[in-house]
Design a binder for this molecule. Structure first.
Ligand code: 4AD
Ligand code: MG
Length: 459
């Protein structure tokens, strides 16, 4: 039976007969003794293994390089040397898989850029180990958060015919021969395609989520979303995961309230359930991270009207690359200035101009804004985008016409406004942006196992 190193280091009861299996992080070898640091992926810390020359296969250890897979049975003892509390005095060492000096992770420190080129091996490093353990814990905690509140978990489709955000960023899904597609009147004839119509990968599960919210009350989706957005930034991925709750009989204030509780909950989860990883990030990735996350876990999030945000930016005296003007969307530099310099913590921006937002957002009485909200956080900028939805059929269809969105393909969406329509609201939290925010990692490529970005889908 194999014991996980994390368990062994935590419970720390001295005794013999423990077996650990993992990969060699480092090995120091002399004639009499070998010191091996073994990591099995369960924690940042590895187990120090001490093997003495009396071992039957001691000679074999000279061929064991960094990265080798090894199984060790031994006795857990208090370590006489500094650096670790316990070590495992080996009774038997078995080499399961050799790694030689061509193994790329020899050095202690590599740049993140280099490690991205070996995304298949980087989970075996301290930093990525910590990132992906945090990511996993957060994903589990997200389901727990909604389960505790009786939200229905719905799996919205990946292949869809509707572009929810209306930004034309759909990856197309087709079985037509790309070199020679059937044509009618100079256009590709999608009626001959697999689904009999033009389809793509979803950019958001929201529209389908709304259908379920207007049946079950409170729902959420948590799945992959895809955007063929050709922007090579540190915060955009072509494939990313999004959590999208939707609540019936809820308005924008309820929506912001849920988002605030949700983010605070996830901060606490990171601090309490990933304390080892968070301390690692605090030391190695971003000094002061623990303090920052702790303060958010208890903070009241600021709420600022878009109008006010524009005024604050204009009178800040700061210079920006992009213009600041009522009616224009906030760029990352503006978002970060608001949350980092003006507020010093998370801030909701509420009620944006309708012309920079999606068709489904509820129109405010002022005729120029919609009930939208973005949650901005230091370092990342926008982490959540959400809104109250337009539940009034006439207002919704009028807006669709204004924006040139065809009603016919969305007949099913409009049906929810035909029968038993009700106010409802929801939001989308970008999962990778959350992981960035909580780990201090500054590039989205470093918080998703195998990132997909423009011109990059190798592994
Ligand atoms: O603001 P967005 O586009 O909102 C929606 O998709 C709504 N349908 C959500 C809803 O109301 N149910 O995206 C939501 C969040 C953003 O705030 C951001 O965190 C993340 O998704 N996001 C991205 N993350 C990584 N890479 C990208 N290309 C992203 N685009 C959006
Ligand atoms: Mg947005």
């Amino acid at each position: 039976m194999r014991t996980r190193i994390k368990e062994l280091l935590r419970c720390g009861v001295s005794g013999s007969g423990y077996t650990v299996s993992g990969w060699v992080r480092s090995l120091r070898l002399s004639k009499e003794i070998a010191f091996i640091v073994l990591n099995d992926g369960s924690s940042v810390d590895g187990m120090q293994i001490v093997a003495e020359s009396g071992l039957a296969n001691f000679e074999e250890l000279s061929r064991v390089g960094t990265g080798s897979a090894v199984r060790v049975t031994g006795e857990l003892v208090e370590s006489p040397s500094a650096g670790q509390k316990y070590e495992l005095k080996a009774i038997a060492v078995e080499v399961i898989g050799y790694a030689d000096e061509s193994y790329p992770l020899q050095k202690k420190r590599h740049t993140f850029e280099y490690l991205r080129t070996i995304a298949h091996l980087r989970p075996r490093t301290n930093t990525y180990g910590a990132v992906f353990r945090l990511r996993s814990k957060l994903a589990q905690a997200i389901h727990r958060f909604f389960a505790e509140r009786n939200f229905l978990y719905v799996h919205t489709p990946i292949i869809t015919a509707s572009d929810c955000e209306g930004a034309g960023e759909l990856f197309h899904v087709s079985t037509l021969d790309a070199a020679n597609p059937p044509m009618v009147e100079g256009k590709i004839d999608y009626s001959q395609d697999f689904f009999g119509q033009k389809t793509g990968l979803t950019v958001s599960g929201q529209l389908e989520g709304e259908m379920f919210a207007t049946a079950f009350g409170d729902i959420y989706t948590f799945g992959p979303t895809f955007r063929a957005e050709n922007s090579n930034t540190a915060r955009h991925a072509s494939e990313f995961w999004m959590i999208e709750p939707e609540m019936a009989f809820a308005d924008l204030a309820d929506d912001a309230e849920l988002a605030e509780r949700f983010v605070r909950y996830l901060c606490r989860v990171a601090l309490e359930e990933c304390s080892e990883e968070m301390s690692f990030f605090d030391k190695q990735i971003e000094k002061g991270l623990l303090e920052r996350v702790r303060s958010v876990a208890d903070a009241d999030f600021e709420r600022i009207e878009y109008d006010e945000a524009i005024r604050l930016l204009q009178k800040s005296g700061a210079t920006f690359n992009y213009p600041v003007e009522w009616g224009l969307d906030l760029q990352t530099e503006h978002e970060r200035y608001i949350t980092e310099q003006i507020v010093g913590g998370p801030a909701f921006i509420l009620n944006y101009p309708k012309d920079i937002k999606a068709f489904y957002m509820r129109q405010n009485d002022d005729g120029r804004t919609v009930a939208a909200m973005d949650l901005l956080v230091p370092k990342v900028g926008e982490i959540i985008g959400g809104s109250q939805r337009e539940e009034r059929l006439d207002r919704l269809t009028r807006r669709m016409t204004e924006m040139g969105i065809a009603q016919e393909p969305l007949w099913w969406y409009l049906d929810s406004r035909r029968w038993g329509s009700c106010p409802h609201a929801g939001f989308g939290l970008g999962f990778e942006r959350l992981v960035m925010y909580l780990s201090g990692m500054e590039n989205i490529r470093d918080v998703i196992p195998f990132p997909r970005t423009p011109r990059h889908a190798e592994f």
